[in-house]
Design a protein around this ligand. Structure first.
Ligand code: GCU
Length: 332
């Protein structure tokens, strides 16, 4: 009900589009941004900062309003809201984007990036990124920037140290076929569902556990019902800030430039916040009774997904991105 009210409010806001600003009769346009993350999450903070920078660079003609906590709905719904211009922007997980364009499936390959620094290097230096991002524009949404979403680890009511521990376990994943294949290769089974449904699913025993970064493990309070967080480090998947394509096209060249600069600074800021936030979150979950498991046989897990890499890279669109990712690796 709350969501319907907010959406009605937003629809009305789209019709009126702007509000008067203090500056010489200019209008301040408010861009609404959907996020499933809690207040204070590095991505929400980065988007707020981006709004401030964009506002400054355009003499206060734009302002961002972030709606956290899935207030506007799960990511898939907010992606549609962006496509239809009901809202201007949303923070989006990779699986929602890869369902449109196969190249993005590459980022859902387990043990793809060496570490988070490698992911950052790829997204900030590879010439393929811009081309890849441009491929979503035909679906009426534009990727404004990538954001790190850290490293994903598995958690459950018991520690997961090796393949034997995972055998037969039902693990919630985001909605992606690649994740289902990954869990199968690791000996478990994936139960796909949206982010907001996971707590109840673990609590009621529909799944045995889930997998996510420290920020989400902590903010969702999953540690209270799945208190073993095992450093499997199996996925380093990005998130994105997306916006309505028509809205982007309607901006002047100068405003597009201001937006790109604000996005660049926001992405740097988010990465900067991420590490510190992850450490704080870890301390928080430990205090809340969680046990952190570091001695995971990650090599065995990596070996188990080699056939999956071989299978996925048969797809030329995945292979193109895969090769570009590997070209930015610093490992020999
Ligand atoms: C993280 C990630 C989201 C993703 C979520 C999930 O929070 O940042 O983009 O949707 O995990 O597992 O659903």
């Amino acid at each position: 009900m709350k969501r319907i009210l907010i959406l009605c409010f937003l629809a009305a806001a789209v019709l009126s589009a702007c509000s008067p600003s203090k500056e010489q009769g200019q209008k301040t346009k408010v861009w609404n941004v959907a996020s499933i993350q809690v207040d204070g999450h590095p991505q929400n903070e980065a988007v707020k900062k981006m709004g401030e920078i964009f506002g400054q660079l355009t003499n206060g003609r734009y302002r961002f309003e972030v709606f956290p906590n899935e207030l506007l709905g799960p990511q898939r719904e907010t992606l549609e809201q962006v496509q239809y211009g009901i809202i201007e922007m949303a923070i989006m997980g990779n699986p929602n984007v890869s369902s449109f364009e196969d190249g993005f499936l590459t980022f859902e390959m387990p043990f793809l990036f060496d570490d988070e620094a490698h992911q950052r290097r790829f997204f900030t230096t590879s010439s393929l990124v811009e081309k890849l991002f441009a491929r979503t524009e035909k679906y009426n949404f534009k990727i404004v920037t990538y954001f790190t979403a850290g490293t994903r680890n598995m958690y459950a009511k018991k520690p997961i140290r090796n393949l034997a521990d995972l055998k037969g376990m039902k693990i919630r994943t985001a909605e992606s076929d690649t994740y289902a294949k990954m869990m199968k290769a690791l000996g478990g089974a994936a139960t796909p569902m949206s982010f907001g449904e996971v707590f109840t699913a673990i609590q009621s025993g529909v799944v045995d556990g889930a997998e996510n970064n420290e920020a989400s493990y902590s903010s969702t309070k999953h540690y209270e019902i799945a208190p073993y967080y095992s450093y499997t480090r199996h996925l380093i998947v990005p998130d994105y800030l997306i916006m309505n394509k028509k809205l982007y096209d309607s901006l002047s060249a100068q405003d597009k430039q201001a937006l790109a600069e604000a996005a660049r600074q926001a992405a740097d800021y988010e990465v900067e916040l991420w590490q510190k936030d992850a450490q704080e979150r870890l301390a928080q979950v430990k205090e809340g009774g969680a046990t952190i498991v570091y001695d995971v046989d990650s090599k065995a897990l990596q070996k188990a997904v080699v056939p999956l890499h071989e299978e996925l890279t048969q797809n030329p669109e995945i292979k193109e991105v895969y090769d570009a990712v590997k070209a930015t690796s610093e490992l020999k």
